[in-house]
Design a protein around this ligand. Structure first.
Ligand code: MGD
Ligand code: MGD
Ligand code: SF4
Ligand code: MO
Length: 703
């Protein structure tokens, strides 16, 4: 007789890393609930956690390698699949050189222990400079600012959410996304607590979002205009604080340059650019100055933005000038048990992409360059691609063009348990186990957590003989690669061994709950261990050469001085500006296989202001065609009377036309991809990151 069993682990679907209590019998999942004893989430979970059961049971989820012959797919054994992958990659390398092989790593990489520990070894072996990832359609500008100001791309200050009195969120909708670069499960409750202690929430977003609905103040800037708003706030704060805040006096460099750099960004300019009244901006400045603790946190809406790096610089400066950097209730660095900021910092612009000449960061080129690098003939043209845990056809600009480019490759292999719009174009798919079948330690999100904690999670059960974990796939590829191309390489042990090493060499001193930090001690604490609130730590954590905060990094000085503040309308200012929308039950491009996340009224619709609908002469639910210089999509439209005029909001993550999915067909999901409209030639001038937001589009009714 098999007994039911209780397992505790962190959900790895998003950055909130909520604790789960999973009841199983044999290899069946009976239930998934919130783990009340998790120190961070205290029993909270969202609807998506339950989808882990659907993912586990999904008949579409691949568990054995698949090979494509024309449009037919066949199962093959692991040894042959690994051998074939390596042979093909080596053939391309021998014929065209090592840079002809490219790698794209998607978002789940950072939520997956084995990919974090073992992916790098294999990808480095390929010897290519052509690395790409979802970072360049996401948080890269934030990391670049962290590198320049604090000396490491992972030194991102976290809002001290549970103690702040004024939380300003810009380009961020955590009620839906559950927080990003701010690991804070049950964000709704945390915001309610902020308000119960007399604090306030301000949301700056062109759409009246689910988070804005909770806020005391909502400001709606024209998409893409945010730097003018943030820069005006910096300028006004500097008037009150011309010298660095006393406690940061010995810790900053370049503060004296700020006044001059921000002088042109007066309130009237900000108001003209953003459409926000001068009085509202002034009020915000006053509120920041008077709040006992305040913090501004910017995310995706100001990262995938033509001035993304400048925007994130300004956010850091607001926290710093107002005395809230490294201060309780402000923005503080977290203290993860395994601290990856001890690893050598990344570098920016050591090379530029061959065709588009965009700079690399931490060894990666912006993914907007991937299509041209595949499609443009010449030395080092990409001829083979390793797609790992991503779906760039739906998630990067001009996805359709990228799909055509992928189809033209001599070889493509995908490491993914789904045949998606990108992996479905590969010649081979190598499917790993899913999250619950493997051990887990979160190597990334403890760096961004609003409270310090640590936990080790055991797999629910050992994998089946025909399955492989991601790390085993990487090890097998690496071993086979080096058999054929002898050179120095290391085959890493099981990720648990590496985590044990990381914990034992941690500089963190745990208090009473744990005698020592080690794998064995964490295994005895299945709910995780609380390591206390955020603490002031900048003095010891800064990694810049001088050990000081760089307030005015050279490249940002050039960028701010290079801005042209013309008020005359450009072609870009006519038509509509496109923005993306997430839904509580979505998960980038891959939540659509789960009935529990897709049932109910379709969420694939555009939103427009009623006056814009009147002008276009369209009614609710009528189809409209939205076009950009890149392409067009057709979808129903609904009125949103709180959306800024001139803005069209379209859901992100749709466009499942090529999927061979039985479940998706049954769920009638499909839609079209917002990234058929976004343009790889629109990017952040500093970092080269795709400017997904504010794409100029036009709309016409479809009769
Ligand atoms: N227009 C527009 N574009 C956007 C965004 C937007 O807001 N608007 N958002 C951007 C953002 S923030 C991101 S992060 C990117 C995401 O872009 P991507 O990372 O390219 O896309 P995902 O949809 O996250 O694809 C994840 C894939 O990984 C697979 N997968 C899941 N778990 C595992 C695993 O454990 N191992 C392996 N091997 N595979 C796994 C899934 O099956 C899925 O196919 O999209 C970006 N693109
Ligand atoms: N349910 C759900 N949760 C998710 C995901 C998901 O797909 N679904 N994806 C996960 C991932 S990978 C990430 S990175 C995070 C992202 O989490 P968030 O940063 O919260 O991302 P979004 O929900 O896209 O919210 C971005 C907001 O920016 C606004 N915006 C757009 N353009 C502009 C602009 O020019 N200026 C300003 N001020 N605002 C603008 C949009 O209206 C939107 O409300 O979410 C994660 N969590
Ligand atoms: S909020 Fe994120 S981590 Fe928490 S249960 Fe939902 S998907 Fe999982
Ligand atoms: Mo993301």
């Amino acid at each position: 007789m098999h007994q039911t069993q209780q397992h505790y682990r962190a959900c790895n679907l998003c950055e909130a890393i909520c604790g789960l209590e999973i009841t199983t019998k044999n290899r069946e999942i009976i239930s998934i609930r919130g783990d009340k004893k998790d120190p961070l989430s205290k029993g909270y979970i969202c609807a998506k956690a339950l989808a882990l059961k659907d993912l586990y049971e999904d008949p579409d989820r691949l568990t054995q390698p698949r090979i494509r012959k024309g449009s037919d797919w066949h199962t093959i054994d692991w040894d042959s699949a690994i051998q074939l992958t390596v042979e093909r990659l080596l053939q391309v390398r021998a014929e065209y050189g090592s840079h002809s092989v490219a790698v794209y790593q998607g978002n789940p990489t950072v939520h997956n222990l084995g990919m974090m520990t073992h992916g790098r070894e294999f990808f480095q072996s390929l010897g290519t400079r052509n690395h790409y990832s979802a970072t360049s359609v996401d948080q890269l500008p934030q990391q670049l600012v962290a590198l320049w100001m604090y000396g490491h791309q992972l030194l991102l200050p976290v809002p001290d959410l549970d103690r702040t009195q004024l939380l300003i969120l810009i380009g961020h909708n955590p009620i839906v996304s559950n927080g990003s670069l701010m690991t804070a499960p049950n964000i709704r409750n945390r915001i309610q607590q902020l308000q119960q202690r007399g604090g306030e929430l301000v949301v700056i977003d062109p759409r009246f979002t689910e988070t804005a609905a909770l806020a005391q103040t909502h400001l709606a800037p024209t998409p893409g205009s945010d730097f003018y708003l943030l820069a005006a706030i910096v300028r006004q704060l500097l008037i009150y604080q011309p010298e660095p805040p006393t406690k940061l006096n010995d810790l900053v460099e370049g503060y004296e340059k700020l006044m001059h750099l921000f002088a042109p960004f007066h309130l009237e300019l900000a108001s003209r650019k953003t459409g926000i009244p001068v009085s509202s901006i002034q009020q915000l400045v006053t509120d920041i100055l008077h709040a006992e603790h305040a913090v501004v946190h910017g995310r995706l809406g100001i990262s995938t933005h033509q001035q993304g790096t400048l925007c994130h610089w300004a956010c850091q400066l607001i926290n710093l000038i107002s005395g809230n950097f490294d201060a309780q209730g402000g923005a503080l660095f977290a203290q993860p048990a395994i601290d990856l900021t001890h690893i050598t910092p990344g570098q920016f612009a050591t090379e530029c992409a061959r065709v588009d000449q965009l700079p690399n960061f931490c060894g990666e080129f912006p993914v907007s360059c991937l299509q041209t690098e595949i499609a443009t003939p010449g030395q080092d043209q990409i001829r083979a691609l390793v797609l790992s845990a991503g779906n760039p056809v739906l998630t990067t600009p001009a996805g359709k063009d990228l799909a055509a480019a992928i189809k033209s490759l001599e070889f493509c292999v995908a490491i993914d348990f789904y045949q998606n719009e990108s992996s479905g174009l590969a010649h081979l798919i190598l499917p790993p186990t899913m999250a619950l079948e493997r051990d887990h330690y979160d190597l990334i999100f403890h760096h961004f957590s609003v409270r310090n904690s640590t936990r080790w999670n055991q797999a629910l059960w050992s994998r089946q003989a025909h399955q492989r974990h991601d790390w085993e796939i990487f090890n097998a590829l690496n071993e086979t690669y080096h058999k054929n191309l002898p050179s120095n390489h290391t085959l890493l042990p099981d990720p648990s061994v590496l985590i044990d090493m990381g914990l034992r060499t941690s500089s963190l001193q745990p208090d009473s709950e744990l005698a020592e930090l080690s794998l064995a001690s964490l295994k005895c604490q299945p709910h995780g261990v609380d390591l206390g609130p955020l603490r002031s730590s900048a003095k010891t954590k800064l990694k810049t050469k001088s050990g000081k905060i760089q307030c005015a990094p050279e490249r940002l000085i050039q960028a701010i001085q290079g801005l042209k503040h013309t008020d005359t309308e450009t072609a870009e200012d006519t038509g509509y500006k496109l923005i993306s929308r997430r839904d509580s039950r979505s998960n980038n491009s891959w939540g659509h296989n789960f009935a529990r996340l897709t049932k109910g009224r379709s969420r694939f619709y555009a939103c427009l202001h009623p006056d814009d609908m009147l002008q276009l002469d369209v009614n609710d639910e009528q189809l409209i065609q939205i076009s950009s210089t890149t392409g067009e999509i057709t979808l129903p439209v609904r009125a949103d009377n709180k959306l800024l005029r001139g803005v069209v909001s379209v859901p992100f993550g749709w466009g499942h036309h090529h999927a061979q999915s039985r479940t998706q067909q049954a769920n009638q999901v499909g839609g079209q991809s917002i990234n058929d409209l976004t343009d790889p030639k629109r990017y952040d001038a500093v970092s080269g990151v795709a400017a997904l937001t504010g794409t100029p589009v036009t709309g016409v009714p479809v009769n």
